[in-house]
Design a protein around this ligand. Sequence first.
Ligand SMILES: [Zn+2]
Length: 369
Amino acid sequence: MSALNAEPVVGSRIDYLAPLHDPTLDPGAVLARIPSCAADFRAEFRLTGTPDSIDTYDLITLPYPTRFGLWRASMAPAPFLSITNRMLIVRWTEADGRRRTLLFEPSDVELGTNTPYFAALARRTPGPLETLFVRRHRDVLAHLRSAGIDPAEIDYLVFDHLHTQDVRRWLGTTEPQPDLGAVTPLEPIFPNARLLVQRSELNALDHLHPQQRPWYQPDTYRDLRPEAITPVDGDLLLGPGVALIATPGHTTGNQTLVLNTDTGIWASSENAIAAECLVPRHSKLLGVRRWAQEWDQGVVVNANTVETIAAQYNSLILERSIVDVSQRDSRFPQFFPSSELTRRWTNPGTAPTFVHEHITHRGGRKGTV
Ligand SMILES: [Zn+2]
């Protein structure tokens, strides 16, 4: 790939989107640069090949405030909508024949409930209501067992950002963790895995702003095995048809998984909760199309944090500009929300117009660049 420099840490650097990451640019100037940068990226990325397989696994369906998920656009009477958190397993073969396995969004759902926002919600929600609104599917380890994948085979753990995540059990710790009942350091469940995380996301944990605090568990990162963490700066090609790109806004260190498949290019992140949020003119969600028209908004962001919302808007436009459209319904982009809006009878006015529910792909193809 002509604009890729082979760099050692993990994967190779992608330069096509670098003009978007200039910190001196105003959000409007970044937006103006997106079409040409995205076109260059698309043209080259599709030539890198495809991974061997992609599979999707449901973790949990849970309530989420409508005013966060659809920001100011929704007119739904329901104060909460439902989202389903899903994990992707992506496998590919390196040029030297080595097999690689990446887990995207492998949330430790049990420990995620300690996030300040969720803990406060649970205190206010009576048990029977929790049972009504929350559906636990299988957890990460049960899904891996059913897929016949040994945890030792996992090379990379990737989250779009670290909201709600506690990865101590996955990566292991250097010190005992009394709150988990561990009187000795935790052995890693994924002994060979590295967490790929934007350096700016890690740095934010040191000085959380009040806008950010409800969503993170910063103390759980203090004792992680340092060799299990690989900080990333910007955009990386990880394997054939597998890339990580920086998409700041929802958090400063937000990133998006980009995949090339038999149905074209996909992007997955939490920047929006439904594909229709990237094309609000096709949305039948109560209020969304009209709001986008009235305010001349191209996308509807997932806005539980609002400190850098113009950047998040730009990141969604970038994602929309990179992906192909769905082969099931060409009105909707192959943007796969890692927490996807899910229809539930308890939440009137929030039934999605279109859902992806999964990405499934078989058959690795070697790239030509
Ligand atoms: Zn988040």
